[in-house]
Design a protein around this ligand. Structure first.
Ligand SMILES: NC(=O)C1=CN([C@@H]2O[C@H](COP(=O)(O)OP(=O)(O)OC[C@H]3O[C@@H](n4cnc5c(N)ncnc54)[C@H](OP(=O)(O)O)[C@@H]3O)[C@@H](O)[C@H]2O)C=CC1
Ligand SMILES: C[C@H](CCC(=O)NCC(=O)O)[C@H]1CC[C@H]2[C@@H]3C(=O)C[C@@H]4C[C@H](O)CC[C@]4(C)[C@H]3CC[C@]12C
Length: 280
């Protein structure tokens, strides 16, 4: 399928050896948009891409943070780096971002969809307005960005990378609105991938299923955001269908769910200290 056989980001080299160094070289001089790049995993992806000498367009809401990330990217070796600030629940922002890419670069090679709106880890409060807003930010804006990017990505035979979560495959408690937005991403982008393959359009879609990543204080129990960021970029550059990170934890959870879903549900329920979870 075009997902695996054609690797236009590779240049002239042999892409059958998916070494880390090789996938890094593949990004040199490529034009990449990263959303949610002012902190966490998105910020780390920007730094890796800068070291790989890519051209970067970064987005998030907080201009002051984006300015600092752009400065650091230029120090690290980015071919160029710029940003657009704004909230992704604004319907005009996705097109504005893609216009900027077209006007400055005349094209696009990779779109990394990573941002998420604010949500809490708590019992569902009944706030339907919050669900609607989170759907706009975490799902509809991803669809709008991909839609606006597709003409450019078709031209470059580029890639879309969608950052999702284990919560988008296995619904645990206390993340109902967030989980719904991540399940929606899987439905939409997996269906779109099928259509692109049917139409022989060589744009890859990589869905990243992440477990708990340490984006705050260092903790040995959680996977590091720097490594996670590199794995996401690598999976996108290699045009993989899916990334499971950390591989063993995510793979085991998905396997147990497919064999014994009720057992998995009960293991997930019993893994929380319920007295620590908020009812809002
Ligand atoms: N951390 C984890 O354990 C896990 C994370 N993931 C996924 O990884 C991705 C990155 O998560 P993580 O790095 O932890 O998240 P962070 O909260 O660290 O970063 C979120 C980013 O999105 C931006 N953002 C927030 N609200 C908006 C908005 N309304 N419009 C535009 N941008 C916005 C933030 O910047 P600003 O506030 O400046 O707008 C920030 O740059 C997400 O898709 C998440 O679902 C999946 C599984 C586990
Ligand atoms: C609550 C986190 C979102 C924080 C937020 O709103 N950030 C944006 C901002 O501050 O503006 C959740 C983000 C990732 C979640 C975790 C995840 O996706 C993996 C697991 C899924 C499982 O179903 C529940 C536990 C998770 C570790 C989950 C926990 C909540 C997040 C950290």
């Amino acid at each position: 399928s075009p997902q695996t056989t054609h690797t236009p980001l590779c240049g002239a080299g042999s892409c059958s050896v998916p070494s880390l160094q090789h996938s890094q070289k593949m990004l040199r001089g490529k034009r990449v948009i990263v959303t949610g790049a002012s902190s966490g995993i998105g910020e780390q992806m920007a730094y890796h891409l800068a070291r790989m000498e890519a051209h970067l367009l970064l987005t998030a809401r907080t201009e002051a943070k984006l300015q600092k990330v752009v400065e650091r990217c230029l120090e690290l070796g980015a071919a160029s780096a710029r940003y657009i600030s704004g909230s992704m629940d604004s319907p005009s922002l996705p097109e504005q971002v893609l216009r900027e890419a077209e006007n400055t670069w005349g094209g696009l090679d990779m779109l990394i969809l990573n941002h998420i709106g604010q949500s809490s880890f708590s019992y569902f409060s009944g706030d339907v307005g919050h669900v609607r807003k989170l759907m706009e930010t975490n799902f509809v804006s991803y669809v709008a960005l991909a839609t606006a990017a597709l003409p450019l990505l078709k031209e470059s035979e580029g890639s879309i990378v969608v950052v999702s979560s284990i919560a988008g495959r296995i619904a645990g408690p206390f993340t109902a609105p967030y989980s719904a937005t991540k399940f929606a991403l899987d439905g939409f982008f997996s269906s779109l991938r099928q259509e692109l393959i049917i139409d022989k359009v060589n744009v890859s879609i990589t869905l990243c299923i992440l477990g708990y990543i340490n984006t705050g204080k260092p903790s040995p129990a959680h996977s590091p955001k720097e490594e996670c960021a590199l794995e996401i970029i690598r999976a996108g550059a290699l045009r993989r269908r899916e990334l499971h990170y950390p591989a063993r934890a995510v793979g085991t959870a998905l396997l147990v769910r497919s064999i014994a879903p009720e057992l998995l549900d009960s293991l997930v329920r019993s893994s929380y200290r319920l007295e620590n979870v908020r009812r809002t």
